[in-house]
Design a protein around this ligand. Structure first.
Ligand SMILES: Cc1cc2nc3c(=O)[nH]c(=O)nc-3n(C[C@H](O)[C@H](O)[C@H](O)COP(=O)(O)OP(=O)(O)OC[C@H]3O[C@@H](n4cnc5c(N)ncnc54)[C@H](O)[C@@H]3O)c2cc1C
Length: 340
């Protein structure tokens, strides 16, 4: 039997562990090592909106491939009637842009029911909000709440024979006895790999009680606000502060978030606040999803890296997990004598 260690039990690690189980079935023993599990991961702060965001130079064709695979997977869960348990809701998205030359992003074309907002309507938003939006589009998107789907996926993983160990892995030597290591440590890859290209993109949000708010609203202004309903609250966002490692709640950010969101939906002014949260997105110039062969103490160790998903971890999770499982297969095919 092959032995696979997945380091990380968050939005990226759990789907990867499940995809590996699916690929190898009883031929592999998969163990997750994680020092934090839901509700203490970055994903537990996330809004869970399926939309590619803060991905910088990750190639478009990869973004489309990974995001589409995730969308298909969520849709399948929805069709199977598992939406509530898995934390899924389907919502209308209004996305406005203030870019000089408004261009609909490539990924918009794989969304459900995408349509460009006519110029007249954009003008009416500008009149209403005293803004200068140049264009926009609407589509129907999924919200996939990590604080619901992480326990849901973890249960499936354990039912399939997987094991979860709560442990901080200080270095890869500690797990070098495994046939393959899958590194899904998000921001901490900066220190574990170490990879200084990974840096925090801090995000602060507020969770409010506003059950009457049914659609998502988002802009791509430099410091854009967003309003994203979840099953039991509405997320008001948000900030993206490059290089900031603080998860302390900032009073200044609270005000920025409220002032901005209330401008778009004034009734939010009266929505009771349930919680303020701040999390650190694992920013990187590009998502790193590749196989490394590393010499550790004279032995060649195979490490599949899967980190650096920025503000899109939920959106890309399943597509990246499927590709990570293929990289594990490649690692075993070429470098490990068959244990079957
Ligand atoms: C405010 C905010 C809003 C967001 N909204 C969205 C959204 O709407 N849609 C979307 O797609 N994305 C969103 N994101 C981004 C998304 O949350 C992240 O991309 C995603 O959570 C990254 O997942 P990850 O598994 O790589 O990292 P993490 O969630 O940080 O998980 C890392 C895992 O690795 C473990 N780990 C790390 N180092 C070690 C070690 N040495 N030993 C053992 N375990 C270790 C941790 O314990 C944890 O289990 C948002 C993020 C923020 C902050």
């Amino acid at each position: 039997m092959y032995t696979i260690a997945v380091i990380g039990g968050g939005v990226i690690g759990l789907p990867a562990a499940l995809a590996i189980q699916k690929e190898f079935g009883s031929k592999a023993k998969v163990i997750i090592f994680a020092d934090k599990l839901s509700p203490h991961t970055t994903g537990d702060v996330a809004a869970g909106l399926w939309t590619p965001y803060i991905l910088q130079n990750t190639p478009q064709e990869k973004v489309l491939q990974w995001a589409k695979a995730t969308q298909d997977y969520i849709l399948e869960l929805w069709k199977r009637g598992e939406a509530k348990d898995a934390g899924i809701s389907l919502q209308v998205m209004v996305n406005l842009s203030d870019q000089k030359e408004f261009k609909i992003p490539e990924w918009a074309k794989i969304t459900l029911g995408y349509s460009e907002i006519p110029a007249e309507e954009v003008k009416s938003y500008n009149d209403k909000y005293a803004k200068r939006f140049t264009g926009g589009f609407t589509f129907v998107s999924f919200i996939w709440e990590a604080s619901k789907f992480l326990p849901y996926l973890q249960k499936k993983f354990v039912e399939n024979g997987g094991e979860v160990r709560v442990k901080n892995v200080q270095n890869f030597e500690e797990v070098a006895q495994f046939d393959v290591i899958v590194n899904c440590t998000g921001l901490n890859s900066r220190f574990l790999v170490p990879d200084l290209l990974v840096r925090p993109v801090r995000g602060q949000i507020a969770r409010v009680h506003a059950p009457w708010q049914f659609h998502c609203f988002m802009t791509d202004e430099e410091h854009g606000h967003y309003i994203i309903p979840n099953q039991e609250c509405v997320i008001l966002g948000g900030t993206h502060q490059e290089g900031d490692f603080s998860t302390a709640i900032s009073e200044q950010d609270k005000k920025f978030i409220f002032d901005g969101c209330v401008k778009y939906i004034p009734a939010l002014k009266h929505a009771p606040v349930l919680k303020h949260q701040a999390g650190l997105r694992p920013g990187r110039d590009q998502v790193r999803l590749e196989l490394e062969r590393r010499n550790i103490g004279g032995k060649e160790v195979k490490i599949v890296h899967n980190y650096g998903h920025g503000g899109s971890g939920v959106t890309l999770s399943i597509g990246c997990a499927e590709e990570a499982a293929q990289l594990v297969k490649e690692a075993l095919k070429f470098f490990v004598p068959s244990k079957l």
